[in-house]
Write a protein that binds this ligand. Structure first.
Ligand code: PLP
Length: 405
């Protein structure tokens, strides 16, 4: 009868609207397509429908642990011993000994009091600000912070200040303005993923001290490999005792499976377990995922050799590319954006690199500012020197061909 006809009409209307919106995305040239990988993640991958032996330079697999044999074995063992998953959130019946062990290990790794696990760092960022800050408080956020920090801040009722990217004068001005609030929290990515630049944490911490503020860092692109022991940006810049809260991911350098966490003072972690919505209302991390991350941390705490080897590979790529005439943004970070300016140039060069067996991705507006198109290269500890040299050679050939050099 009538209700059914109405719902059919509504579904047809929805379909038309969605198709038109998709057409707009294609028309704007911002459509994101996904290449399908038919092998494990690693320095060398096989693409579905052909393409074997492709050298992969666009994963966040900074330490090469995503397919490390010991990490895989730990996942299999955890799967067999603890099952596929908990079918529950943590506070009902979803906490196993491995979750508590991993939280303790994360806190020890970062030299913090305690830690809490989430299904992702996106969730950790979505949960923390609302749980911690009230309308009496203020949050001061770098304008280029990751989308998940921006969304997390949107969800909280604190007073919001946005300072210019890594601009300490602007941060100081905003801190002065924010003195009227009860608590001030400065929030920044430790390392910014589009530019490979590292937040000036020493200066941020000095300002935080001067204006009685707390510092929060998102260490997704730093945990495991920045600093002498891979502890992150705070270790690299000598401010481990001055940063109060760290959020980071288990889905990049630490095994690459999934998961995120907050680490910091015990009462904060206790409060998050009571109040943080993505923690309270989402399933526990699967044992296999916990096993991967736990083994990755063991490997890093045993030795800093993997982190050091990644730093040496990064140095090799950055210096050879600079000598070849390219401009690489950022400093000493395995995210190496090859700056090209023109969006079309970035896209055709990335395509041509793949024809030469090198998988890299071009980024252009609106992901990065207009006129700042680039190809982002990410170095991993498991790239061989030969892989790096082949990448530089391909860039040089392709760059000459398309007039970028
Ligand atoms: N924060 C930053 C800076 C990131 O780059 C990412 C991942 O892209 C996230 C948070 C989200 O991490 P996850 O993949 O664990 O949700």
């Amino acid at each position: 009868g009538a209700p059914r006809a109405a719902s059919v009409a509504a579904a047809a209307q929805l379909r038309r609207r969605l198709e038109s919106e998709l057409e707009d995305i294609r028309g704007a040239g911002t459509w994101k397509s996904e290449r399908v990988i038919a092998s494990r993640q690693g320095p060398h991958i096989r693409l579905a429908g052909g393409g074997a032996g492709i050298i992969n330079f666009c994963a966040n697999n900074y330490l090469g642990l995503s397919s490390h044999p010991e990490v895989i074995r730990a996942a299999v063992e955890a799967l067999e011993k603890f099952g596929a998953g908990l079918s529950s959130v943590r506070f009902i019946c979803g906490t196993q000994s491995i979750h508590k062990d991993l939280e303790e290990k994360i806190a020890r790794f970062h030299q913090r009091e305690d830690a809490i696990l989430y299904a992702s760092c996106f969730d950790a960022n979505a949960g923390i600000f609302e749980a911690l800050l009230t309308p009496e408080d203020a949050v001061l956020s770098d304008e280029l912070n990751h989308a998940s920090i921006i969304d997390g801040i949107r969800l909280c009722k604190a007073n919001k200040y946005r300072y210019k990217h890594m601009d300490m004068q602007d941060l100081e001005a905003k801190l002065k303005e924010a003195q009227k609030h009860r608590l001030r929290l400065v929030a920044t990515d430790g390392a910014f993923s589009m530019d490979g630049d590292i937040a000036p944490l020493r200066e941020i911490c000095q300002l935080a001290q001067k204006y009685d503020a707390l510092v929060f860092i998102d260490e997704c692109h730093a945990t495991g490999f920045l600093g002498p022991n891979g502890r992150g940006t705070d270790e690299l810049l000598g401010v481990m005792d001055k940063v109060t809260i760290i959020n980071s991911t288990l889905g990049k350098a630490l095994g690459g499976a999934a998961g995120g966490y907050t680490t910091g003072p015990t009462p904060l972690i206790d409060l998050l377990r009571q109040r943080s919505r993505p923690y309270l209302f989402s399933n526990s991390l699967p044992p296999a995922v916990v096993g991967c991350a736990s083994k990755a941390l063991d490997l890093l705490m045993e030795s800093n050799a993997i982190a050091q080897s990644m730093a040496a590979k990064t140095q090799r790529f950055r210096s050879k590319m600079t000598a070849a005439g390219f401009t690489i943004s950022g400093k000493d970070h395995p995210i190496c954006p090859v700056m090209l300016g023109d969006a079309r140039l970035a896209s055709v060069m990335a395509e041509d690199m793949l024809n030469r067996g090198i998988y890299v991705i071009g980024f252009s507006y609106p992901v990065v500012p207009k006129g700042k198109a680039r190809i982002r290269v990410q170095i991993s500890a498991v790239h061989s020197d030969e892989d790096i040299d082949r990448c530089v050679e391909a860039f040089t050939e392709v760059g000459r061909k398309h007039g970028a050099l």
